[in-house]
Design a protein around this ligand. Structure first.
Ligand code: COA
Ligand code: ZN
Length: 296
């Protein structure tokens, strides 16, 4: 892992909290709506500047998030905090807007196999849906994030070539995405792979339009964060308590925990504005209220 030089150490990094969505979507226990609302509010109180609240997807695809509308409409929003929600299609966008969404995320896949498994459509078909979403997002002035799932390894088709990811990134930026999040959905990426992809991406994508989303399945998430920092990335996703993973990606448990990421960054003198004690309390309250088993 390359050591960061003085100039490469940023003063501040933005952490995007994905626990209430990426974490809870795979939660086996039933988490009551009010517990989800309290979790989101506690995470914003802990200083997280972006808290991804939920997904407006098909409840048969993700039963745990069936109460997305209630959760989003009940959250008391803190000034200065962004609360994005995932939307897979126009139906999801309508539901999200009715619940008061002002920031949304679409999620594309880097491989055809994952696109079919996660979104039941080819990459081209999903981009037709996203184009409709993005056009509404523009006219409604919504903040728009575009994810690229399985940007390094796919559970169905193996290693992913950087070219495929670069192509999807350009399509998302062309739609008008404010930010593109490169996701290691199954947590199998290594720092050399992160270096290689970022080398290609940064050839023509501004660094401040990119975010990195790592899972820690292979234990490399922090090393991968360092590779991202080295390349100039300043926005990283993490999940409070390390909750979650993607239900459509076998072997994807173990998000990078927000507490771990914050400590790692602060140890290096990089500010996050996040109070890890409050994040820990938020997770403890969630576990108490939903009898969530501690991660193995
Ligand atoms: N919100 C609520 N319900 C929705 C919906 C949405 N955004 N989109 C579709 N549905 C419902 C339809 O009404 C239909 O319901 P019915 O069976 O009661 O008639 C059902 O879902 C199937 O609709 P269809 O348009 O045929 O969708 P599909 O079966 O082709 O699935 C997606 C496509 C994208 C909706 C679905 O695969 C999905 O929600 N994927 C999300 C996966 C995810 O969240 N992954 C985790 C993030 S990495
Ligand atoms: Zn994830």
């Amino acid at each position: 892992m390359p050591e960061l030089t003085e100039e490469e150490i940023p003063r501040r990094v933005t952490i995007v909290e994905v626990g209430p969505r990426d974490g809870l979507q795979t939660e086996p226990a039933l988490v009551p709506t009010e517990v989800k609302v309290a979790f989101v509010e506690a995470l914003a109180d802990a200083g997280l500047p972006v808290v991804e609240v939920t997904s407006f997807v098909s409840p048969s695809a993700v039963p745990q998030l069936v109460d997305a509308a209630e959760v989003l409409s009940r959250v008391r929003r803190r000034k200065g905090v962004r609360y994005p929600v995932l939307v897979p299609n126009l139906r999801g966008l309508d539901r999200a807007l009715a619940a008061g969404a002002d920031a949304i995320a679409v999620f594309a896949s880097a491989t055809e196999a994952f696109s079919q498994a996660n979104l039941r459509g080819s990459i081209d078909e999903t981009f037709e849906r996203f184009a409709a979403i993005a056009s509404r997002a523009r006219s409604d002035r919504l903040w728009l994030r575009g994810y690229i799932s399985v940007a390094f390894h796919c559970p169905y088709s193996g290693s992913v070539l950087p070219d495929a990811v670069v192509a999807v990134a350009h399509r998302l930026l062309d739609l008008g995405c404010d930010e593109v999040a490169i996701a290691d959905t199954i947590g199998a990426a290594t720092p050399p792979e992160v270096d290689a992809l970022l080398d290609d991406l940064l050839a023509d994508v501004p660094v401040d339009r990119l975010a990195l989303h790592f899972h820690d399945t292979g234990g490399m998430a922090l090393a991968n964060v360092d590779a991202g920092l080295h390349a100039g990335i300043r926005t990283f996703d993490s999940s409070a308590g390390g909750l979650g993973g993607c239900p459509f990606a076998p072997g994807a448990p173990g998000n990078l925990a927000t507490e771990t990421l914050v400590s790692h960054l602060e140890h290096r003198g990089i500010g996050t504005g996040v109070d890890t004690g409050k994040v820990t309390s938020a997770v403890a309250a969630l576990r108490m209220a939903s009898s969530h088993p501690a991660p193995a």
